[in-house]
Design a protein around this ligand. Structure first.
Ligand code: PLP
Length: 392
């Protein structure tokens, strides 16, 4: 077998989401797709707004010579300038195009960042429950993923994070609005994280970087999403337009170290090099040109709010305990059975597909991704009720 043992084991141990996807395909073939209620994937159900499609068509159709050639590895200068100006206006920090590296989605961006940052054995702290790909991305570049549980409200537990910091700690990763909980961190929470990291960096004698992974920034209801770099100078933002512009298949995002990051110029140089040697070379040319004029734009979050409203009160009334999700089209209820995997199987018997919290490093819960059509939500409720009734 030419496949490494490491990859074989990783594939076996990982991806509950993929397993649910496979199981879902089987159930759909057996029962008809319209009778299976698939809440397992975070694939946007809404189409990109018309202006996004128009921008992509214009970007693809340009007659300017050289539009489809290689470019500087960090991206087109005019696109980096557009992103830098947008961030400067939003944050009040002295961002410029020189601080931006365009990348292949947030997943590509995180790999570029970890490549640039990690020596073998360096540690990156992630907060559970977490987007499970972080563990693979960190391992790809020789790092060690250190998992620290969040508190009962899925907010950072500062003492627990302090307890996990060692001399090898390079960074803490946060993700707000969060996958899988839907929770958004307030300014007070971020200020607390920033103050803690300043103290801990001084204690261990080097800077701990705060990595903020923000693909869901514009999909929020009733809450502000504060700019993390205003709470802590040594912050690196990684994001994409997979969710806000509903373009996950187009693979476009950017990495933006704060202008106040220690050694920011060297970091941008290292990120640019990592983008090249990981084989991305540069982010897709057409998509870069398209998103340059779309910074701050988003699908209408009210579409997702309406879906949450169809589901959240109904599930709570059935007895499901759910921390208020304020964005990111996910919720993370407690499973009614202590064994979340068994509980997810019970839901599956009602043709409802969800993902066990175990798959996100937080057993005892399950994730519902409510970026599905309204009929799926409405027709699934009887199944959720049938299972909940057993536990009342
Ligand atoms: C928290 C989080 N980070 C990163 C990603 C990767 O996004 P992209 O499609 O931009 O690579 C996702 C995708 O679901 C995500 O949920």
């Amino acid at each position: 077998m030419s496949i490494s043992r490491k990859v074989q084991e990783a594939m076996k141990a990982s991806s509950w989401i993929r397993r649910m996807f496979t199981e879902g395909a089987r159930l759909k073939a057996e029962h008809g797709a319209e009778n299976v209620f698939d809440f397992s994937l975070g694939n946007p159900v809404v189409e990109p707004p018309a202006e996004v499609i128009e921008a992509m068509v214009a970007a693809a159709g340009t007659k300017a010579p050289g539009s489809h050639r290689y470019m500087p590895n960090a991206g087109y200068p005019h696109v980096r300038d557009a992103v830098g100006s947008y961030l400067a206006a939003q944050t009040g920090l002295p961002y410029a195009g020189d601080h931006i590296v365009m990348c292949v989605g947030a997943g590509g961006g995180l790999n570029v960042l970890f490549k640039a940052m990690l020596d073998p054995g360096d540690e990156i702290i992630v907060l559970t429950p977490f987007f499970v790909e972080y563990g693979f991305y960190i391992d790809n570049h020789g790092g060690t993923c250190v998992k620290v549980p969040t508190d009962a409200e899925f907010l950072p537990d500062l003492d627990a994070i302090r307890g996990a910091i060692t001399e090898r700690t390079k960074a803490l990763v946060i993700n707000s609005p969060n996958n899988p909980t839907g929770v958004t961190y307030s300014k007070a929470v971020l200020d607390g994280v920033g103050a803690m990291l300043r103290e801990e960096s001084a204690r261990i004698g080097h800077t701990i970087v705060l990595v903020t992974d923000e693909p869901y920034r514009y999909i929020v209801y009733d809450v502000e999403v504060p700019w993390v770099q205003c709470s802590y100078d040594d912050t690196i933002l990684v994001t994409s337009h997979s969710k806000d512009l509903a373009l996950p298949g187009e693979r476009i995002g950017f990495i933006a170290p704060s202008p106040l990051l220690e050694g920011v110029t060297d970091m941008v140089t290292a990120l640019t090099f990592a983008n090249r040697i990981l084989g991305f070379v540069n982010a897709p040319a057409t998509q870069q040109r398209a998103v340059a004029q779309l910074q701050g734009k988003s699908v209408d979050p009210e579409i997702y709010r309406a879906k949450r409203e169809k589901m959240l009160p109904a599930l709570r009334a059935m007895g499901y305990e759910i921390v208020e999700p304020t964005g990111a089209f996910y919720m993370f209820p407690k499973s009614l059975n202590d064994d979340d995997v068994a509980f997810v199987r019970e839901l599956q018997e009602e043709l409802i597909l969800t993902v066990p919290g175990t798959g996100f490093g937080r057993p005892g819960h399950f994730r519902i991704s409510y970026c599905v059509d309204d009929a799926t939500i409405e027709r699934s409720l009887a199944g959720f009720e049938k299972v909940a009734a057993r536990y009342r």
